[in-house]
Design a protein around this ligand. Structure first.
Ligand code: AHM
Ligand code: MG
Length: 350
């Protein structure tokens, strides 16, 4: 396990001349001399927002921010106090950036349109799941923030819904922050996936996982197994093949399910594996939201040598028709995702 975890990944200690998130972003920006730095500023501010959120998460048990807020969000889900706090932190940190035209979030029914800046193009829209894995908050289990950045489609003025309803392959950056045994920010601007671990002593993110790639082993199978009876036949066959079949590739595969998709994804990116939340009898379109959960992680998966499917098409090609649209998802190592697609095709052909 140790070798697999560390394959292709430099550990903190091995990395000489520590590179901070700030210097990494500045270096990337210098590769584009014509850049005015607005995009880099967004990444920096996401880093800042995540530091504030992690500080609140770390103190959650000590102050009165655990538990339910007493409101139901647009998804019909009960909001936790930390969901709302994370949403407020993100808005307070990002809304003054001149290049941001609007923000969408799991916690807000409509998009938040920011006032146009007269001298700027307000080029970007941001999409967030402020705290993924909310049901784990009160149990002190790892959770995370997911983000996606897109260039808007409309030219100027106040942003439109069409700026947000773009397929995932149009993203120009995506990433997440995991609040776990350490706080880690992982992101990609289309040039590999890079992970930064926060050094709590100095409150700074340091490059710890350059060029993250899925190892070519399926160490983890991640699904909510209690839904097995409600899955369709190809999904059940896929799960059976990995868990009970004789395929040598899966003899050492373990079931691992945290229930925070972003953290399940992160572990599978490090160890190799596949995560699925397919459609079932309760969630006929799947449970997870396309624009701020599935698309950003699918973009990262592709950047790291993996992929993601709905079963019938790549997640990154789904054309959204509403902001909080849900999709079925199977994401992780390419070999397993393609195996799932094969089971679906064989079922359709039978
Ligand atoms: P959330 O964004 O409100 O936390 O909901 C999404 C979460 C995913 O992170 C997780 O994988 C899934 O819902 C868990 O669902 P279930 O409890 O049905 O297994
Ligand atoms: Mg979520």
């Amino acid at each position: 396990m140790k070798d697999q975890c560390q394959e292709g990944v430099r550990t903190f200690d091995e990395y000489e001349g520590f590179i901070t998130l700030e210097s990494f972003i500045a270096n990337q920006q210098s590769l584009h001399p014509q850049s005015r730095g607005f995009f880099a500023d967004i990444l920096r501010r996401i880093g800042v927002a995540s530091k504030i959120i992690q500080a609140k998460v770390r103190r959650a048990g000590l102050v009165d921010i655990l538990g339910k807020q007493g409101q139901i969000n647009v998804q019909g889900e009960e909001q936790m106090k930390l969901d709302i706090l994370a949403q407020e932190v993100i808005m307070n940190t990002l809304q003054w950036l001149p290049a941001v035209a609007g923000v969408a979030s799991e916690e807000e029914e409509d998009v938040i349109r920011l006032p146009p800046h007269p001298d700027e193009n307000d080029t970007y829209v941001l999409l967030f799941d402020p705290l993924d894995g909310s049901s784990n908050i009160d149990a002190n289990v790892s959770i995370g923030t997911i983000f996606s950045i897109m260039r808007r489609r409309t030219d100027s003025g106040t942003c439109a819904m069409s700026d947000f309803l773009q397929p995932g392959h149009q993203q120009i950056a995506a990433g997440y922050v995991v609040y776990g045994s350490s706080t880690m920010m992982v992101y990609s601007t289309g040039n590999g996936v890079h992970g930064f671990t926060m050094d709590p002593a100095v409150g700074e993110y340091v490059l710890s996982h350059p060029n993250m790639r899925f190892p070519d082993t399926c160490t983890c199978f991640s699904a909510n197994d209690s839904n097995y009876a409600d899955w369709d036949e190809p999904t059940r066959k896929f799960a059976d093949h990995i868990r009970f079949g004789s395929d040598p590739r899966y003899q050492n595969t373990s079931s691992r399910y945290i229930g925070s998709m972003v953290v399940d994804f992160h572990r599978n990116l490090l160890y190799g594996g596949v995560y699925l939340y397919p459609a079932d009898h309760k969630n006929k379109q799947g449970k997870l939201r396309l624009l701020y959960e599935c698309s950003p992680l699918a973009w990262l998966a592709e950047q790291a040598g993996g992929t993601a499917t709905t079963g019938s098409q790549p997640v990154l090609e789904v054309v959204p028709h509403e902001l909080h649209q849900r999709v079925p998802i199977v994401i992780g190592n390419k070999q397993e995702v393609e195996l799932y697609e094969r089971f679906v095709r064989e079922h359709e052909g039978s």
